[in-house]
Design a protein around this ligand. Sequence first.
Ligand SMILES: [Zn+2]
Length: 216
Amino acid sequence: METLEQLCEAGASFQARGYAFGSTGNLSVVEDGRVWITPTGGSLRNLAPERMACLDLDGKPLNANKPSKEYPFHLAAYRGAAGRARALVHLHCTHAVALSCLETLDEREPLPVFTPYYLMRVAPLAVLPYFRPGSGELADAVGAAAAAHDSMLLRNHGIVCLGATLDEAVDRAEELEETARLWFLMRSLPGDLGRPKLLTAEERGEIERAFRSKRG
Ligand SMILES: [Zn+2]
């Protein structure tokens, strides 16, 4: 039951801190080949372990609770990540959604690298085209991106962050939202005042080497 309590805590914490609101946002974890996912129609504020939906990786229901309508992309992400991911956080958090709605977004590099934490926890950030929430097309796009990405920005919608653990997926989602918030904060300054000092190629290389050796 510990896993389900962690899901409830993560949901309540996202809601309390303004990362999720209304009935938006959904979370899942994989345990022993079963996907536990937040239920449809409720808020992340008042989750309970006994209300979590359980599916197998092909979408067959394993209990009577109805999963979030966005469950198809959770399953697609786990299949696409081929065992690398065991948790998924999906949020409509304000600054990341604003970024996802910009007509001028650079889809190859949606956020420049101006902090080491973004590089360590989020980058590379995949940008996925807009598809109707809950659609098979969205699930296919998330599944394809999950082969090589733990962080995704869904155009005009929100974010998907994968993790080897729920904590990792939660940290990644928070870092992504915070980086988008900082980006808009800097861009709101007049003229050149808001131009970020980016990390140099050398600084980025140093982080990547240190991080890889820590991971490897
Ligand atoms: Zn959504």
